[in-house]
Design a protein around this ligand. Structure first.
Ligand SMILES: Nc1nc2c(ncn2[C@@H]2O[C@H](COP(=O)(O)OP(=O)(O)OP(=O)(O)O)[C@@H](O)[C@H]2O)c(=O)[nH]1
Length: 336
């Protein structure tokens, strides 16, 4: 019975979780972005709506000091259902970024995309240049940058896809040439977008943050075990509403028993009828990523949340050497 069920209040500490996913092409992209910034008029920074705090990358904070920036929180459809609590959270997030503007988008929603387009067009007409405006799109891996570019081009010019997109991170590997998304207002020369590869944070000291980023697809699904990720998802789902998986089994804190039920119900069985737990775990994760296992935000957002997060971040930031050392230790522990 859901009424007698007590969800876990804390997720257990894991011994061997990787704490970085900062790849060579992330570093290269960051250097290229630095060199491009002087020729860019506006930066659109994408963050994941489900991770208002955790999808913030301190590397961009350093890089973008003093730049005109629009914050776009993507994948709104996966966490918001228009509840008063969603509106309240969005208001808090808006306050974090003042005076920069914040928009919340579902890239399938033309109205959401139009708001981003209008912002870029207005910005462009106010900063008139005969050659048009250049807008750099940045963000963590898989946050939806290329999808936003395609949606903007479709709404702005009625044209098809210009950038490859995909459910795994790292589809965009290089900064390609700019893509026109609008003719611009009053003959302002148009708006051109530069898509960039997602850049991960150099080191994630916090276990929860790494699990959240992995769950939202910011790291490849081979980096954290799917069963661990599904367990972390179960922990969150139980805190929100354990009835969300009632078609498989009654509320539980035991991931194996849930995956066992899912594997039997969806036919993920080995010869002899043993459940394929990894495959069931990936299926559960995909269901959630597709918006079929509840709509909720993974970060706790209240008025003081950003302040707390930044304080913790400042206390925790290790040197790159410490980060590499910790990562080597985690890899070693995993190989035993
Ligand atoms: N539900 C939903 N899915 C989205 C949205 N925006 C992007 N996606 C999906 O998120 C995944 C990643 O999108 P991409 O546009 O490839 O992400 P990216 O930031 O360019 O990824 P990198 O190549 O790692 O930089 C794709 O499966 C998209 O369909 C959104 O607003 N809502």
């Amino acid at each position: 019975m859901a009424s007698s069920f007590v969800p876990r209040q804390v997720f257990p500490t894991l011994d061997s979780l990787p704490r970085t996913y900062f790849l060579g092409h992330h570093n290269a992209a960051l250097s290229k972005m630095k060199s491009l910034l002087s020729s860019v008029d506006l930066v659109i920074e994408c963050r994941d709506y489900r991770l208002p705090l955790t999808s913030r990358n301190p590397l961009f904070e350093q890089l973008l000091v003093g730049r005109d920036r629009l914050l776009v929180y993507t994948k709104k459809d996966l966490a918001s259902t228009g509840r008063p609590s969603d509106a309240k959270r969005e208001e808090i997030v808006r306050r974090w970024h003042r005076p920069s503007q914040v928009l919340f988008t579902n890239h399938h929603h033309r109205n959401d995309v139009r708001k981003v387009l209008q912002y870029a067009e207005t910005f462009s007409s106010q900063n008139f240049s005969v050659t048009g405006s250049r807008v750099l799109v940045v963000g963590m891996p898989n946050v939806g940058k290329s999808s936003l570019l395609n949606a903007l081009r479709s709404v702005g010019l009625g044209k098809g896809k210009a950038a490859r997109t995909g459910a795994q991170p790292g589809i965009t590997r290089k900064i390609a040439s700019s893509v026109k998304i609008s003719e611009g207002k009053d003959g302002s020369g148009g708006v051109y977008l530069l898509d960039t590869p997602g850049v991960f944070v150099p080191y994630v000291p916090d276990q929860d943050a790494m699990l959240k980023l992995a769950l939202c697809g910011s790291v490849k699904d081979t980096i954290v075990s799917p069963v661990t990720l599904a367990d972390y998802l179960l922990y969150h789902v139980n805190l929100v509403n354990p009835d969300l998986y009632r078609e498989y089994r009654r509320p539980t804190n035991d991931i194996t028993s849930l995956l066992d039920a899912v594997a039997h119900k969806t036919g993920r069985l080995q010869k002899g009828g043993m459940p394929e737990l990894e495959s069931a775990a990936l299926w559960v994760i995909q269901r959630w990523r597709g918006g079929h296992l509840g709509h909720f935000v993974l970060d706790d957002v209240d008025d003081k949340a950003l302040e707390r997060y930044q304080r913790a971040e400042n206390n925790r930031i290790p040197s790159m050497n410490q980060a590499r050392k910790a990562d080597r230790a985690a890899k070693k522990a995993r190989s035993y």
